[in-house]
Design a protein around this ligand. Structure first.
Ligand SMILES: *Cc1c(COP(=O)(O)O)cnc(C)c1O
Length: 380
């Protein structure tokens, strides 16, 4: 059937779609994968033991529907956040959380990508633009197309940090605010004080979403601001710091009223967003904070060592509070660097987008992987 024959069969809304292009997963050889911000360390064995128990001794549970509201998991996430303050790499973050996060402030879904989609549906209208940085997580424009919501893309400043004034300009005429902090693909974070300042000036009747996919690798979380700003929604994921990209678990933390709105969306689409294996594994992961602190601190240490080495080798490397760095070398395009490194069996990410096309985004792997990458980059 040729394409023109099927066009009349397609719903008009399909023309708004511009789907996400994920980091490549080639199979022509074994690559070292430093292109998707995956965690080089596995989850703790205690998590896999819990899953093994489910798959063997209590396998009849696989024939039963999972808890649609993930009650045990939401309790486990709330406890985990109260213990860590939302930043595994920082010992002081828990002390900065001066109130208790309760399970009714948590919604969990099938990866934070799905959770973000439900946020768009619940809070953003079609008749006003959503404010978001020009360069941020590349799924944000995809959902804007899916829900037919306009974006007001605010350029970054010349140092690639977020333009706070630009983001707040005409906020009254927007439908809401969304950005990642630390931002992707730059790795740069605003401080909590700066975000507090933004929230103070942002309309109280619109939702302000901060995507904290990488906050565990940074210095501060915005979670403590929830007590003062009922319009704040914090999006988080197990994929990066908890080594769960293959399991799919993301969540939001917000006022219970907002959680109920998102739950209404979920119950109108698929009321079992996370299967029983994922719910069991994720709840177990939440009680292994010490293990995850260790892997997170290792990644942060490796990141700083790698960044110093790159700078010494003549690269410009943006300051990162994530598990990746964004770097460029004068006279080279991102694509050239990516191709040179790929020829040596290592995958990194580049973006053929004006404004950031000279950068590559490099995920922090193990120290050994970063050594191999450094020698591959030496010849560039
Ligand atoms: C990786 C990432 C996500 C998606 O996480 P999943 O839970 O794996 O869907 C969301 N936001 C940002 C900024 C990310 O980098």
């Amino acid at each position: 059937m040729d394409y023109h024959t099927i066009i009349p069969m397609l719903a008009e809304r399909l023309s708004h779609l511009n789907p996400y292009k994920p980091g490549e997963q080639p199979s022509d050889r074994d690559y070292i994968k430093l292109n998707a911000n995956e965690n080089p360390y596995p989850p703790p064995e205690a998590v896999t033991e819990e899953v093994s128990w489910l798959l063997t001794s209590s396998r009849k549970k696989l024939g039963l529907y999972p808890d649609p509201d993930s009650t045990k998991l939401r309790e486990a996430i709330a406890k985990h956040l109260n213990q860590t303050g939302g930043v595994l790499a920082s010992d002081s973050a828990a002390g900065e959380l001066h109130f208790e996060i309760t399970p009714d402030m948590v919604y969990c879904g099938n990866g934070s990508d799905e959770v973000l989609s439900f946020l768009y549906y619940a809070f953003f209208d079609n008749d006003a633009p959503l404010i978001t940085p020009e360069f941020s997580y590349s799924f944000y424009p995809v959902y804007a197309g899916f829900y037919n919501i306009q974006l007001r893309k605010v350029p970054l400043k010349s140092d690639f940090s977020l333009d706070v004034e630009g983001m707040l300009k005409d906020a009254e005429s927007s439908t809401g605010m969304l950005f990642a902090n630390p931002n992707a693909p730059t790795g740069i974070a605003l401080s909590r004080a700066e975000i507090r300042g933004m929230l103070e000036r942002f309309p109280k009747d619109k939702v302000f979403v901060v995507d904290e996919a990488y906050a565990d690798f940074g210095k501060e979380s915005v979670l403590p601001l929830l007590s003062d700003f009922p319009n704040l929604v914090v999006v988080r994921t197990f994929s990066k710091s908890l080594s769960f990209a293959g399991m799919r678990m993301g969540y939001i933390v917000a006022a219970p009223e907002l959680i109920r709105a998102v739950t209404t969306v979920k119950n109108s689409v698929n009321h079992f967003p996370a299967d029983i294996i994922c719910q069991t594994a994720a709840a177990a992961a939440c009680s292994h904070t010490t293990y995850y602190r260790g892997t997170t601190v290792s990644i942060v240490t490796t990141r700083e060592e790698f960044r110093d080495s790159l700078i010494n080798a003549g690269w410009e490397v943006l300051p990162s509070q994530t598990n990746f760095v964004f770097a460029r070398k004068a006279g080279k395009t991102g694509r050239e660097v990516y191709e040179a490194v790929k020829a040596k069996g290592i995958l990194i990410r580049h973006f053929d987008v004006p404004g950031i096309s000279d950068f590559v985004r490099i995920t922090i792997g193990t120290p050994e992987q970063m050594e191999m990458l450094l020698s591959a980059m030496e010849e560039i």
